[in-house]
Design a protein around this ligand. Sequence first.
Ligand SMILES: Cc1cc2nc3c(=O)[nH]c(=O)nc-3n(C[C@H](O)[C@H](O)[C@H](O)COP(=O)(O)OP(=O)(O)OC[C@H]3O[C@@H](n4cnc5c(N)ncnc54)[C@H](O)[C@@H]3O)c2cc1C
Length: 464
Amino acid sequence: MNYKKLDEKDIAFLRDVCGEDRVILGKDIPEDFCHDEMEGQSAVPEVMVFVLNATEVSLILYYANQKQIPVTPRGQGTGLVGGAVPIYGGILMNLSKMNRILELDEENFTLTVEPGVLIMDIYDFVEAHDLYYPPNPGEKSASIGGNVATNAGGMSAVKYGVTRDYVRGLEIVTPEGDILEIGGKIAKNSSGYSLVQLVTGSEGTLAVITKIILRLLPKPKVQQSLLVPFQSLSEAIQTVPKIIKTKVIPRSIEFMTQDMLQSSEQYLGRRFPDHTGNAYLLLAFDGNSREEVEKDSDQLAELCLREGAIDAFIIDTDERNEAVWKPRSSYLEIIKASTTDMDECDVVVPISRIADYLEFSRKVEEEAGFRVRSMGHAGDGNLHIYACRDHMDETVWKEKLDEFFTKMYTRAGEIGGKVSGEHGIGLAKRRYQRELEGEDVMRLMRRIKLAFDPNEILNPGKVI
Ligand SMILES: Cc1cc2nc3c(=O)[nH]c(=O)nc-3n(C[C@H](O)[C@H](O)[C@H](O)COP(=O)(O)OP(=O)(O)OC[C@H]3O[C@@H](n4cnc5c(N)ncnc54)[C@H](O)[C@@H]3O)c2cc1C
């Protein structure tokens, strides 16, 4: 694609729409806005604009579409696949100042927000009203717009699903500048194609999201966790399908390994409460009565012990909760701090194939010659497998990394998995997605992109 470079007239137009203060020129844009949390991908936009409402977004997109100027939407830049990196320059549209909570509707159980609201602020707000917004991605300083755009997952997906399951309606601005309301405060909707579902997870390539109607639930009154050490990772993982079969549905089923806990102790400077296992399952339960939660927890503790667990520890105080969940939720920082460079597979495979897949990753690790660490959401098959460069020569690392990813994603495809369970495709996983999905599916995705964005100005170079 040939995109227009911005000139003085274009900057004057942006200043007319947003005012002088909210238009930052390339040379003055802090480096932090030129990348997200993915290592090694960075690009300076020609201009960054802070938008305040849908009208400004519409005027800018209409103009950019006429002039063939690329526009990259950005939330908080916590993405892990380079989705908010403006690789073609152009306009970086920063939505972080559209950060108002607009309406809590307690009759319809919905919360209407602007896209720049941080998810940690949503949790605080709804909890103060005895309500619950279940999606629970690790990075709480992400924006809700970014979460919707990437269909963020997290640690509550086993019981509650992912962001997509909580988006009832959206206000979007199309690349041609139309402001559209799609979906609404309704609990059911069979009225034509679900545009809400299509835009959710589209990573800023189809439309800019300017308002979100979220579905809420009543807040569960009681929660408790269970820490279960096993002799081996395969024993721990093989227990997961058996847990699912009991029909008791924990909020989370996560796995961790001993080497990960050692790194976490070094990084966090805090001892993990147990050292008997080589691998651990970490289960969380919630419900409306202590009796209900304890019954579920006891049932799964007994099952794990029958399946060979060394022990099963009930975690029911805030202090113990912090001690066991902190290493899990901080793992990305822990792994980054442990190595010179790293990259990540965020694959999802059927739950019944997690054990085979992890076994496969161990073989690939031996061939690759670099360190591989894994952890993840055992209850939904979404695994995070980290390749760590350590002291490997950079050129060798890049070659080996490419081979590693190709093998890992090809294998995921062979067993019915997908390239991304929650982080999205961005620019990092495009090639692997193309290989896994095949030409026909990619052609259909491309046609959808062109139906929304015929001039391909919105977040070009991402997803497809
Ligand atoms: C430590 C850590 C832990 C994490 N844990 C998880 C996890 O458990 N689960 C998970 O799913 N992710 C996780 N992430 C990834 C990241 O937090 C999510 O991808 C998040 O949704 C990104 O939100 P953001 O506001 O930072 O968006 P950005 O990174 O700014 O943007 C992400 C994508 O969304 C698009 N976008 C942003 N706002 C809009 C908008 N208003 N309209 C249209 N498009 C938009 C951008 O163009 C880009 O393609 C983690 C990241 C870190 C650093």
